[in-house]
Design a protein around this ligand. Sequence first.
Ligand code: ZN
Length: 294
Amino acid sequence: MGLLDFQNRFPDERSCYEYLVGVRFPNGFVCPQCGSSAAGRIQTRALWQCGKCRRQASVTAGTMFHRTRTPLQEWFWAIFLTAKDKRGHSALQLSKDLRIPYHRAWLMMHKIRAAMACRDASYRLDGIVEMDEAYFGAPDTGKRGRSTGRAKALVAVGVTADSRPRFAKMQIVKRLDTRSVRTFADEGIAAGTTVRTDGLSVYRGLVKGGFQHEPTVAPGRTKEDVLYWAHIVISNAKTFIAGTFHGLGDKHIQQYLAEFCYRFNRRHREAELFDRLLLACATAPLLTHDELTA
Ligand SMILES: [Zn+2]
């Protein structure tokens, strides 16, 4: 979809609301209170009113767009531009595109990323998974060691039996230990999955968690062979973060990793990305400003 197609599809607030109505009530309005489907619509306020119990229901209630002062059309543009720009869309760029204050653009981008993370959290990796640790952000100068002062992340990439990549997950962890590995695996990987890792002891708890653990100690196989896709995906994630979000602090790296994974996981569905992302935002739970910046 090009810019003109988008403009034609969503020329005003009304057309955006109509889209949300289809998402919220795909089979027609059903009263959240009494279940009645007899309803009138209060057009001016994007509200529905139940014909039976008079309960009012907002089209945006329960979506990311609820109680937002930002016009829906701006949201839709932000989602469109984010979906369209393969390398990611920065808040700075969005504020210029829409001529809105940077702070507002920043919040919008973070809510969009939160919706991406929320959508991907509902899927688990299965089959064969390559798992590795990665370090993001600039190292502290003057300190030694590759991990000093950098954000630590666990990375998992599902691969096919003939070693093609499928889906990816990334999680920033405070500490790289047995516990963080187990939590990451339990939340993101289906039980019984074959998990390939390097020989670090932090991965030893995977067997106890019900995973088939294959540490890379097989004769004739290097870590590069066994974790081939994990390494490529980590390298691409670093490029993505450095290219688009250059100079931003480490505090929100998780959000950028979530965006990277969301795009990676849908790399074969680029044409559908806008509709998928819009749906993700329309169904994502609300986040407060505090939750976003915590
Ligand atoms: Zn009702």
